[in-house]
Design a protein around this ligand. Structure first.
Ligand code: XLS
Ligand code: NI
Ligand code: NI
Length: 448
Protein backbone atom coordinates (compact mmCIF):
# COMPACT_ATOMS: atom_id res chain seq x y z
CA UNK A 1 0.00 0.00 0.00
CA UNK A 2 2.94 2.33 0.49
CA UNK A 3 2.91 2.64 -3.33
CA UNK A 4 -0.41 4.42 -3.24
CA UNK A 5 1.21 7.26 -1.33
CA UNK A 6 4.59 7.27 -3.02
CA UNK A 7 5.17 9.75 -5.82
CA UNK A 8 2.31 12.07 -4.91
CA UNK A 9 2.78 15.80 -5.26
CA UNK A 10 4.41 17.37 -2.22
CA UNK A 11 2.28 20.17 -0.75
CA UNK A 12 4.70 21.28 1.95
CA UNK A 13 8.05 21.22 0.11
CA UNK A 14 11.16 22.02 2.08
CA UNK A 15 9.63 20.73 5.32
CA UNK A 16 10.66 17.24 6.37
CA UNK A 17 9.64 15.05 9.25
CA UNK A 18 9.40 17.13 12.44
CA UNK A 19 11.77 15.69 15.03
CA UNK A 20 12.30 16.05 18.74
CA UNK A 21 15.44 18.11 19.31
CA UNK A 22 15.05 19.12 22.96
CA UNK A 23 14.53 22.41 24.84
CA UNK A 24 17.78 23.99 23.69
CA UNK A 25 17.11 23.57 19.97
CA UNK A 26 16.99 26.76 17.93
CA UNK A 27 15.21 24.99 15.08
CA UNK A 28 11.67 26.38 14.87
CA UNK A 29 10.55 23.28 12.97
CA UNK A 30 11.47 20.85 15.74
CA UNK A 31 9.80 19.72 18.95
CA UNK A 32 11.37 21.10 22.10
CA UNK A 33 9.35 19.03 24.59
CA UNK A 34 7.18 16.56 22.69
CA UNK A 35 9.25 13.40 22.49
CA UNK A 36 6.72 10.80 21.26
CA UNK A 37 8.62 7.74 22.46
CA UNK A 38 9.50 9.12 25.91
CA UNK A 39 7.79 7.30 28.77
CA UNK A 40 5.98 9.49 31.25
CA UNK A 41 4.44 7.56 34.12
CA UNK A 42 3.21 4.32 32.59
CA UNK A 43 2.78 5.30 28.97
CA UNK A 44 4.66 6.90 26.11
CA UNK A 45 3.97 10.57 25.46
CA UNK A 46 2.28 9.79 22.15
CA UNK A 47 -0.10 7.35 23.85
CA UNK A 48 -0.99 9.78 26.62
CA UNK A 49 -1.62 12.69 24.29
CA UNK A 50 -3.13 11.04 21.19
CA UNK A 51 -2.83 14.16 19.05
CA UNK A 52 -5.36 14.63 16.26
CA UNK A 53 -5.51 17.19 13.46
CA UNK A 54 -8.79 18.94 12.61
CA UNK A 55 -9.36 18.62 8.86
CA UNK A 56 -11.63 21.68 8.70
CA UNK A 57 -9.35 24.30 10.23
CA UNK A 58 -6.11 23.08 8.70
CA UNK A 59 -7.12 22.17 5.16
CA UNK A 60 -10.49 23.84 4.46
CA UNK A 61 -10.41 27.21 6.26
CA UNK A 62 -8.84 29.80 3.98
CA UNK A 63 -8.36 32.84 6.20
CA UNK A 64 -11.76 34.37 5.36
CA UNK A 65 -13.38 36.38 8.16
CA UNK A 66 -16.53 38.56 8.20
CA UNK A 67 -14.44 41.52 7.03
CA UNK A 68 -12.14 40.04 4.44
CA UNK A 69 -11.60 37.45 1.74
CA UNK A 70 -9.19 34.55 1.29
CA UNK A 71 -5.67 34.96 2.65
CA UNK A 72 -4.70 31.27 2.50
CA UNK A 73 -5.17 30.27 -1.16
CA UNK A 74 -4.48 26.55 -0.74
CA UNK A 75 -2.68 24.97 -3.72
CA UNK A 76 -4.94 21.92 -3.41
CA UNK A 77 -7.87 24.23 -4.23
CA UNK A 78 -6.35 26.70 -6.67
CA UNK A 79 -4.74 24.01 -8.87
CA UNK A 80 -7.85 21.80 -9.09
CA UNK A 81 -10.40 21.88 -11.87
CA UNK A 82 -13.38 20.39 -10.02
CA UNK A 83 -14.48 20.30 -6.37
CA UNK A 84 -13.82 16.55 -6.29
CA UNK A 85 -10.31 17.04 -7.62
CA UNK A 86 -9.72 19.67 -4.93
CA UNK A 87 -11.01 17.18 -2.33
CA UNK A 88 -8.55 14.54 -3.53
CA UNK A 89 -5.61 16.92 -3.49
CA UNK A 90 -6.67 18.28 -0.11
CA UNK A 91 -6.65 14.78 1.30
CA UNK A 92 -3.18 14.06 -0.06
CA UNK A 93 -1.95 17.33 1.48
CA UNK A 94 -3.63 16.43 4.78
CA UNK A 95 -1.95 13.03 5.03
CA UNK A 96 1.39 14.54 4.04
CA UNK A 97 0.92 17.01 6.90
CA UNK A 98 -0.14 14.33 9.45
CA UNK A 99 2.88 12.18 8.68
CA UNK A 100 5.43 15.00 8.55
CA UNK A 101 4.16 16.33 11.87
CA UNK A 102 3.88 12.89 13.45
CA UNK A 103 0.24 13.22 14.52
CA UNK A 104 -1.30 9.79 14.82
CA UNK A 105 -4.98 10.80 14.43
CA UNK A 106 -7.29 13.16 12.56
CA UNK A 107 -10.93 14.27 12.78
CA UNK A 108 -13.28 15.36 10.00
CA UNK A 109 -16.78 16.54 9.07
CA UNK A 110 -18.38 14.89 6.04
CA UNK A 111 -18.31 18.21 4.15
CA UNK A 112 -14.60 18.82 4.88
CA UNK A 113 -13.68 15.61 3.19
CA UNK A 114 -16.04 15.67 0.21
CA UNK A 115 -18.03 18.43 -1.51
CA UNK A 116 -21.80 18.49 -1.13
CA UNK A 117 -23.54 17.31 -4.32
CA UNK A 118 -26.78 18.50 -5.93
CA UNK A 119 -28.76 15.82 -4.10
CA UNK A 120 -28.28 13.83 -0.89
CA UNK A 121 -27.47 10.79 -3.09
CA UNK A 122 -24.71 12.64 -4.90
CA UNK A 123 -23.28 13.97 -1.62
CA UNK A 124 -23.15 10.43 -0.29
CA UNK A 125 -21.44 9.22 -3.45
CA UNK A 126 -18.82 11.98 -3.17
CA UNK A 127 -18.24 11.13 0.47
CA UNK A 128 -17.71 7.45 -0.16
CA UNK A 129 -15.34 8.10 -3.07
CA UNK A 130 -13.24 10.12 -0.63
CA UNK A 131 -13.63 7.55 2.16
CA UNK A 132 -12.10 4.92 -0.15
CA UNK A 133 -9.12 7.22 -0.71
CA UNK A 134 -8.82 7.97 3.02
CA UNK A 135 -8.84 4.26 3.78
CA UNK A 136 -5.87 3.71 1.49
CA UNK A 137 -4.00 6.67 2.90
CA UNK A 138 -4.66 5.54 6.48
CA UNK A 139 -3.26 2.14 5.60
CA UNK A 140 -0.22 3.58 3.86
CA UNK A 141 0.63 6.01 6.67
CA UNK A 142 -0.69 4.34 9.84
CA UNK A 143 -2.67 7.50 10.71
CA UNK A 144 -6.02 6.73 12.35
CA UNK A 145 -9.39 8.39 12.60
CA UNK A 146 -10.11 9.72 16.10
CA UNK A 147 -13.66 10.76 15.27
CA UNK A 148 -15.94 11.68 12.42
CA UNK A 149 -18.92 14.04 12.39
CA UNK A 150 -21.50 15.61 10.10
CA UNK A 151 -21.64 19.29 9.22
CA UNK A 152 -25.26 20.16 10.06
CA UNK A 153 -24.78 23.91 10.06
CA UNK A 154 -23.31 25.30 6.78
CA UNK A 155 -26.10 24.54 4.31
CA UNK A 156 -28.83 27.24 4.36
CA UNK A 157 -31.45 24.56 5.09
CA UNK A 158 -29.99 24.33 8.61
CA UNK A 159 -30.50 28.04 9.37
CA UNK A 160 -33.14 27.08 12.00
CA UNK A 161 -31.24 24.05 13.28
CA UNK A 162 -31.01 20.41 12.20
CA UNK A 163 -32.43 17.94 14.76
CA UNK A 164 -34.10 20.90 16.51
CA UNK A 165 -35.47 22.45 13.32
CA UNK A 166 -39.18 23.37 13.54
CA UNK A 167 -39.67 21.68 10.13
CA UNK A 168 -39.71 17.89 10.20
CA UNK A 169 -38.31 17.65 6.66
CA UNK A 170 -35.04 19.25 7.69
CA UNK A 171 -34.69 16.86 10.61
CA UNK A 172 -35.19 13.92 8.25
CA UNK A 173 -32.59 15.22 5.78
CA UNK A 174 -30.18 15.70 8.69
CA UNK A 175 -30.75 12.06 9.67
CA UNK A 176 -29.68 10.99 6.18
CA UNK A 177 -26.53 13.04 6.50
CA UNK A 178 -25.69 11.66 9.95
CA UNK A 179 -26.34 8.10 8.74
CA UNK A 180 -23.77 8.56 5.94
CA UNK A 181 -21.27 10.20 8.28
CA UNK A 182 -21.66 7.30 10.74
CA UNK A 183 -21.21 4.79 7.92
CA UNK A 184 -18.08 6.67 6.81
CA UNK A 185 -16.72 6.72 10.37
CA UNK A 186 -17.26 2.97 10.72
CA UNK A 187 -15.64 2.29 7.34
CA UNK A 188 -12.56 4.26 8.43
CA UNK A 189 -12.30 2.51 11.80
CA UNK A 190 -13.12 5.73 13.71
CA UNK A 191 -12.81 5.44 17.48
CA UNK A 192 -15.53 7.99 18.09
CA UNK A 193 -18.39 9.92 16.55
CA UNK A 194 -19.02 13.53 17.60
CA UNK A 195 -22.16 15.61 17.74
CA UNK A 196 -21.38 19.28 18.10
CA UNK A 197 -24.62 21.25 18.30
CA UNK A 198 -24.10 23.37 15.15
CA UNK A 199 -27.25 25.50 15.12
CA UNK A 200 -29.13 23.42 17.72
CA UNK A 201 -30.32 26.24 19.92
CA UNK A 202 -32.40 29.37 19.52
CA UNK A 203 -32.07 32.96 18.42
CA UNK A 204 -35.36 34.04 20.05
CA UNK A 205 -37.66 32.35 22.55
CA UNK A 206 -40.60 34.18 20.98
CA UNK A 207 -40.52 31.78 18.03
CA UNK A 208 -39.29 28.66 19.86
CA UNK A 209 -40.96 25.65 21.50
CA UNK A 210 -37.98 24.79 23.67
CA UNK A 211 -39.37 21.58 25.17
CA UNK A 212 -40.30 20.17 21.78
CA UNK A 213 -36.91 20.98 20.28
CA UNK A 214 -35.07 19.25 23.13
CA UNK A 215 -37.34 16.20 22.88
CA UNK A 216 -36.67 16.04 19.15
CA UNK A 217 -32.90 16.12 19.46
CA UNK A 218 -33.02 13.65 22.37
CA UNK A 219 -34.88 11.17 20.18
CA UNK A 220 -32.64 11.91 17.18
CA UNK A 221 -29.46 11.08 19.10
CA UNK A 222 -30.97 7.89 20.50
CA UNK A 223 -31.96 6.73 17.02
CA UNK A 224 -28.53 7.62 15.61
CA UNK A 225 -26.88 5.63 18.40
CA UNK A 226 -29.12 2.62 17.80
CA UNK A 227 -28.36 2.74 14.08
CA UNK A 228 -24.59 2.96 14.64
CA UNK A 229 -24.57 0.13 17.19
CA UNK A 230 -26.58 -2.04 14.80
CA UNK A 231 -23.96 -1.39 12.12
CA UNK A 232 -21.31 -2.63 14.57
CA UNK A 233 -19.91 0.70 15.78
CA UNK A 234 -18.13 0.05 19.09
CA UNK A 235 -16.62 3.49 19.64
CA UNK A 236 -17.77 6.37 21.81
CA UNK A 237 -20.35 9.01 20.94
CA UNK A 238 -19.44 12.51 22.03
CA UNK A 239 -21.45 15.62 22.58
CA UNK A 240 -19.35 18.75 22.38
CA UNK A 241 -20.72 21.43 24.71
CA UNK A 242 -20.77 25.09 23.64
CA UNK A 243 -22.92 27.80 25.23
CA UNK A 244 -23.48 30.12 22.26
CA UNK A 245 -22.37 30.88 18.69
CA UNK A 246 -23.75 30.58 16.12
CA UNK A 247 -27.05 30.70 18.04
CA UNK A 248 -27.74 33.00 20.98
CA UNK A 249 -28.17 29.93 23.18
CA UNK A 250 -26.88 26.46 22.27
CA UNK A 251 -28.72 23.62 23.98
CA UNK A 252 -25.47 21.80 24.81
CA UNK A 253 -24.46 24.75 26.96
CA UNK A 254 -21.75 23.14 29.11
CA UNK A 255 -20.78 19.76 30.55
CA UNK A 256 -23.23 19.97 33.45
CA UNK A 257 -26.13 20.78 31.10
CA UNK A 258 -25.16 17.96 28.75
CA UNK A 259 -25.02 15.56 31.72
CA UNK A 260 -28.66 16.27 32.57
CA UNK A 261 -29.68 16.10 28.90
CA UNK A 262 -28.07 12.67 28.48
CA UNK A 263 -29.82 11.29 31.58
CA UNK A 264 -33.17 12.78 30.57
CA UNK A 265 -33.08 11.02 27.20
CA UNK A 266 -31.41 7.75 28.29
CA UNK A 267 -28.15 8.40 26.44
CA UNK A 268 -25.70 8.41 29.35
CA UNK A 269 -24.33 4.92 28.74
CA UNK A 270 -23.09 5.56 25.20
CA UNK A 271 -22.35 9.27 25.16
CA UNK A 272 -19.48 11.19 26.67
CA UNK A 273 -18.30 14.75 26.24
CA UNK A 274 -15.76 16.23 23.90
CA UNK A 275 -14.54 19.27 25.81
CA UNK A 276 -13.24 22.28 23.94
CA UNK A 277 -11.13 24.76 25.92
CA UNK A 278 -12.48 27.80 24.10
CA UNK A 279 -16.10 26.68 24.60
CA UNK A 280 -15.46 26.29 28.33
CA UNK A 281 -14.34 29.92 28.45
CA UNK A 282 -17.41 31.08 26.50
CA UNK A 283 -19.57 29.33 29.10
CA UNK A 284 -17.92 31.38 31.84
CA UNK A 285 -15.90 28.40 33.07
CA UNK A 286 -12.34 27.40 32.50
CA UNK A 287 -11.00 24.31 30.76
CA UNK A 288 -10.01 22.72 34.10
CA UNK A 289 -13.56 23.13 35.44
CA UNK A 290 -15.16 21.44 32.44
CA UNK A 291 -12.70 18.52 32.57
CA UNK A 292 -13.21 18.02 36.31
CA UNK A 293 -16.98 18.21 35.91
CA UNK A 294 -16.88 15.62 33.13
CA UNK A 295 -14.80 13.30 35.29
CA UNK A 296 -17.16 13.77 38.24
CA UNK A 297 -20.16 12.84 36.07
CA UNK A 298 -18.35 9.86 34.52
CA UNK A 299 -18.55 11.55 31.11
CA UNK A 300 -14.94 12.36 30.29
CA UNK A 301 -14.26 11.40 26.67
CA UNK A 302 -12.17 13.57 24.39
CA UNK A 303 -10.77 17.08 24.04
CA UNK A 304 -10.77 19.81 21.41
CA UNK A 305 -7.46 21.42 22.26
CA UNK A 306 -7.42 25.15 21.59
CA UNK A 307 -7.73 28.41 23.50
CA UNK A 308 -9.70 31.64 23.34
CA UNK A 309 -8.66 35.19 24.00
CA UNK A 310 -9.67 36.67 27.35
CA UNK A 311 -10.02 40.13 25.85
CA UNK A 312 -12.06 39.42 22.72
CA UNK A 313 -14.25 36.72 24.28
CA UNK A 314 -15.42 34.75 21.27
CA UNK A 315 -14.55 31.39 19.74
CA UNK A 316 -11.19 32.43 18.33
CA UNK A 317 -9.93 28.81 18.18
CA UNK A 318 -6.28 29.68 18.74
CA UNK A 319 -3.58 27.12 19.34
CA UNK A 320 -2.89 26.19 22.99
CA UNK A 321 0.02 28.12 24.39
CA UNK A 322 -0.17 28.51 28.16
CA UNK A 323 1.66 25.90 30.22
CA UNK A 324 -0.62 26.65 33.16
CA UNK A 325 -3.68 25.74 31.14
CA UNK A 326 -2.18 22.61 29.63
CA UNK A 327 -0.78 21.52 33.01
CA UNK A 328 -4.10 21.92 34.78
CA UNK A 329 -5.87 20.21 31.88
CA UNK A 330 -3.46 17.26 31.87
CA UNK A 331 -3.77 17.01 35.66
CA UNK A 332 -7.54 16.62 35.28
CA UNK A 333 -7.11 14.19 32.37
CA UNK A 334 -4.60 11.98 34.19
CA UNK A 335 -6.78 11.94 37.31
CA UNK A 336 -9.71 10.87 35.12
CA UNK A 337 -7.61 7.88 33.99
CA UNK A 338 -6.34 9.35 30.70
CA UNK A 339 -7.73 8.90 27.22
CA UNK A 340 -9.25 5.64 26.01
CA UNK A 341 -11.12 6.31 22.75
CA UNK A 342 -10.47 10.06 22.93
CA UNK A 343 -7.50 12.29 22.32
CA UNK A 344 -6.32 15.88 21.91
CA UNK A 345 -7.80 17.23 18.70
CA UNK A 346 -6.39 20.58 17.64
CA UNK A 347 -9.66 22.31 16.85
CA UNK A 348 -7.61 25.43 16.22
CA UNK A 349 -6.76 27.60 13.28
CA UNK A 350 -3.79 29.72 12.35
CA UNK A 351 -4.49 33.46 12.18
CA UNK A 352 -5.66 35.17 9.02
CA UNK A 353 -2.28 36.87 8.65
CA UNK A 354 -0.27 33.68 9.23
CA UNK A 355 0.41 33.28 5.55
CA UNK A 356 3.70 31.36 5.42
CA UNK A 357 3.29 27.69 4.48
CA UNK A 358 5.31 26.75 7.56
CA UNK A 359 2.89 28.56 9.92
CA UNK A 360 0.56 25.55 10.06
CA UNK A 361 3.48 23.41 11.23
CA UNK A 362 4.70 25.99 13.76
CA UNK A 363 1.21 26.28 15.25
CA UNK A 364 0.88 22.54 15.78
CA UNK A 365 4.44 22.14 17.04
CA UNK A 366 3.75 24.81 19.67
CA UNK A 367 0.48 23.17 20.69
CA UNK A 368 2.02 19.72 20.94
CA UNK A 369 4.96 21.03 22.95
CA UNK A 370 2.58 22.89 25.27
CA UNK A 371 0.67 19.68 26.00
CA UNK A 372 3.88 17.68 26.40
CA UNK A 373 5.01 20.19 29.04
CA UNK A 374 1.54 20.02 30.62
CA UNK A 375 1.77 16.24 30.75
CA UNK A 376 5.19 16.32 32.43
CA UNK A 377 4.01 18.81 35.03
CA UNK A 378 0.79 16.91 35.74
CA UNK A 379 2.74 13.69 36.06
CA UNK A 380 5.05 15.33 38.60
CA UNK A 381 2.09 16.66 40.59
CA UNK A 382 0.56 13.21 40.78
CA UNK A 383 3.80 11.32 41.39
CA UNK A 384 4.94 13.61 44.14
CA UNK A 385 1.51 13.37 45.73
CA UNK A 386 1.57 16.56 47.81
CA UNK A 387 -1.47 18.14 46.13
CA UNK A 388 -3.58 14.98 45.70
CA UNK A 389 -2.54 13.98 49.23
CA UNK A 390 -3.70 17.33 50.58
CA UNK A 391 -7.10 16.90 48.93
CA UNK A 392 -7.44 13.40 50.34
CA UNK A 393 -6.62 14.61 53.83
CA UNK A 394 -9.06 17.47 53.51
CA UNK A 395 -11.90 14.94 53.34
CA UNK A 396 -10.45 12.53 55.91
CA UNK A 397 -13.39 13.03 58.28
CA UNK A 398 -15.54 11.16 55.76
CA UNK A 399 -13.11 8.24 55.75
CA UNK A 400 -14.08 6.74 59.09
CA UNK A 401 -16.57 7.06 61.94
CA UNK A 402 -19.70 9.15 61.47
CA UNK A 403 -18.48 10.65 58.18
CA UNK A 404 -18.05 7.19 56.64
CA UNK A 405 -21.50 6.20 57.92
CA UNK A 406 -22.90 9.30 56.24
CA UNK A 407 -21.30 8.41 52.91
CA UNK A 408 -22.70 4.89 53.13
CA UNK A 409 -26.19 6.22 53.76
CA UNK A 410 -26.31 4.87 57.33
CA UNK A 411 -27.36 8.10 59.03
CA UNK A 412 -30.79 9.70 58.94
CA UNK A 413 -31.22 13.44 58.84
CA UNK A 414 -32.33 13.35 62.49
CA UNK A 415 -29.17 11.35 63.42
CA UNK A 416 -27.06 13.94 61.69
CA UNK A 417 -28.69 16.82 63.45
CA UNK A 418 -28.28 15.11 66.79
CA UNK A 419 -24.57 14.28 66.56
CA UNK A 420 -23.78 17.60 64.88
CA UNK A 421 -24.79 19.60 67.90
CA UNK A 422 -23.20 17.29 70.44
CA UNK A 423 -19.94 16.05 68.93
CA UNK A 424 -18.79 18.56 66.34
CA UNK A 425 -19.28 21.98 67.86
CA UNK A 426 -15.75 23.10 66.96
CA UNK A 427 -15.62 21.89 63.34
CA UNK A 428 -15.08 24.18 60.36
CA UNK A 429 -12.32 26.70 60.93
CA UNK A 430 -9.64 25.05 58.79
CA UNK A 431 -7.46 26.67 56.16
CA UNK A 432 -8.17 25.75 52.52
CA UNK A 433 -4.44 26.40 51.84
CA UNK A 434 -5.11 27.72 48.36
CA UNK A 435 -2.05 29.97 48.23
CA UNK A 436 0.18 27.18 49.52
CA UNK A 437 -1.11 24.80 46.84
CA UNK A 438 -0.65 27.41 44.12
CA UNK A 439 2.94 27.90 45.26
CA UNK A 440 3.55 24.16 45.19
CA UNK A 441 2.05 23.91 41.72
CA UNK A 442 4.43 26.63 40.55
CA UNK A 443 7.38 24.61 41.80
CA UNK A 444 6.34 21.66 39.63
CA UNK A 445 6.01 24.02 36.68
CA UNK A 446 9.73 24.63 36.76
CA UNK A 447 10.51 20.98 37.32
CA UNK A 448 11.74 21.34 40.87
C1 XLS B 1 -17.31 24.66 16.66
C2 XLS B 1 -16.91 23.32 17.02
C3 XLS B 1 -16.70 22.38 15.87
C4 XLS B 1 -16.72 20.94 16.33
C5 XLS B 1 -16.92 19.94 15.25
O1 XLS B 1 -17.26 25.59 17.46
O2 XLS B 1 -15.80 23.39 17.84
O3 XLS B 1 -15.50 22.68 15.22
O4 XLS B 1 -15.58 20.62 17.03
O5 XLS B 1 -18.14 20.07 14.62
NI1 NI C 1 -14.67 21.76 18.51
NI1 NI D 1 -15.20 25.66 18.68
Amino acid sequence: MADFYAGKKEYFPGIGKIKYEGPKSGNALAFKYYDPEKTVGKKKMKDHLRFAIAYWHSFCADGTDPFGSVTHPHPWVTDAETPMEAAEHRMDAAFEFFTKLGANFYCFHDRDMAPEGDSPGESEKNLFTMVARAKKLQKATGVKLLWGTANLFSNPRYMNGAATNPEFGVLAIAAGQVKSAIDATIELGGQGYTFWGGREGYMSLLNTDLKREKDHIGRFLGLARDYARKQGFKGAFYIEPKPMEPTKHQYDYDVETVGLFLKTYGLEKDFRVNIEANHAELAGHDFFHELETAAALGLFGSVDANRGDFITGWDTDQFPFSYYETALAMYAILKAGGFTTGGLNFDAKIRRNSVDPSDLFLAHIGGMDAFAVGLEIANRVIKDGVIPGFVKKRYASFGSGDGAKYEKGQLSFADLAKIGGVKYGKAGVTSGKQEYLENVFNQYLLGL
